[in-house]
Design a protein around this ligand. Structure first.
Ligand code: CO
Length: 134
């Protein structure tokens, strides 16, 4: 069922500084910051030949990544995202195997305009895991 690695998301305390690090030190192509109020983050994408890195900065008072940054003040890997062909079929398979789907269990629009779901880190090797319909 699982497909390509769509992205690795890194939460950062300062998006401009993080973007500059990727651009200047690593020579990466970095997109403009994109506010995602529904997800409580501002995102910058780094397009690599085989996948993407998303840099996430908190947006708004109750950003879902605020607690993570309290524990990891320098930033850190926040989640990984795998592509699936059919998000509803994937969700139903997750539930059938006992994995916990976060939120109300209904897919939300992700940063790429495609439906996404998040799976509980305790069920996936301590790593918050996102599924995105390809
Ligand atoms: Co993501």
């Amino acid at each position: 069922m699982i497909g390509r690695l769509n992205h690795v998301a890194i939460a950062v305390p300062d998006l401009a500084e993080a973007a500059a690090t990727y651009r200047d030190a690593l020579g990466a192509e970095v997109t403009k910051p994109q506010p995602e109020p529904d997800h409580g983050v501002t995102v910058v994408f780094i397009n690599l030949p085989n996948t993407k890195i998303e840099l996430l900065e908190p947006l708004g008072a109750d950003s879902p990544i605020a607690k993570f940054l309290e524990k990891n003040p320098n930033g850190g890997i926040h989640h990984v995202c795998y592509e699936v062909d059919d998000i509803i079929a994937a969700r139903d398979q997750m539930k059938a195997t006992g994995a916990r789907v976060l939120g109300d269990g209904e897919p939300k629009m992700g940063a790429h305009g495609k439906p996404v779901l998040f799976l509980h880190p305790k069920d996936f090797c301590g790593t918050l895991t996102e599924l995105e319909q390809a």
